[in-house]
Each structure stands twice: as structure tokens, then as C-alpha cells.
Design a protein around this ligand. Structure first.
Ligand SMILES: [Zn+2]
Length: 84
């Protein structure tokens, strides 16, 4: 077996899905938006919406630390949704 955590395995599987809806589900699985800030659901680190181009800084050891641009990713996802 790999050394990936269960949460990361699920997120990875969702990320590789072909469906834009599933990709959005993956985003909402990994991130939360609270009070104008995006919050990593793994390490609870947060970043203001006023810094969409700055790399997200996770807490040390966070299994989602490779995901550094949640706002950019969300914008790309929304742009890919059918009918938009
Ligand atoms: Zn994190």
C-alpha cells in the first residue's frame, strides 16, 4: 500500500475524475470558505480572498500541502462548468 492517508487518497481519486462536477466536489472536499477566507480542511490554515495569486501556506505536515492555489483552482473549475 502507499503511504498516502485515506483523506488524500479520496481527494486524489476525485481530482482525477473526468467530470467537472466531481472536480468541484473534490475542491469542496479539500477547502472551505469562511468569512472571505479559504480554509484547508486538513490543517485549518487559511488565506484571504484578497490574495488569490499568493501561494497558500499550509501548516507543516499537511497532506494537502501540494495544493497551493485554491482560489485559482476554484476559478478554473467554475469556468469549466457546463453552460458557463
Ligand atoms: Zn493544509
Amino acid at each position: 500500500m502507499s503511504d498516502m492517508g485515506v483523506m488524500e487518497e479520496i481527494a486524489h481519486a476525485l481530482r482525477n475524475s473526468m467530470s467537472p462536477g466531481d472536480r468541484l466536489a473534490s475542491w469542496t472536499f479539500r477547502w472551505a470558505v469562511q468569512g472571505g477566507q479559504v480554509v484547508c480542511t486538513q490543517c485549518q490554515a487559511y488565506q484571504s480572498a484578497t490574495q488569490p495569486c499568493a501561494a497558500f501556506v499550509h501548516r507543516p505536515g499537511c497532506c494537502a500541502r501540494r495544493d497551493e492555489y485554491p482560489w485559482r483552482e476554484l476559478a478554473a473549475l467554475l469556468g469549466r462548468l457546463p453552460g458557463h
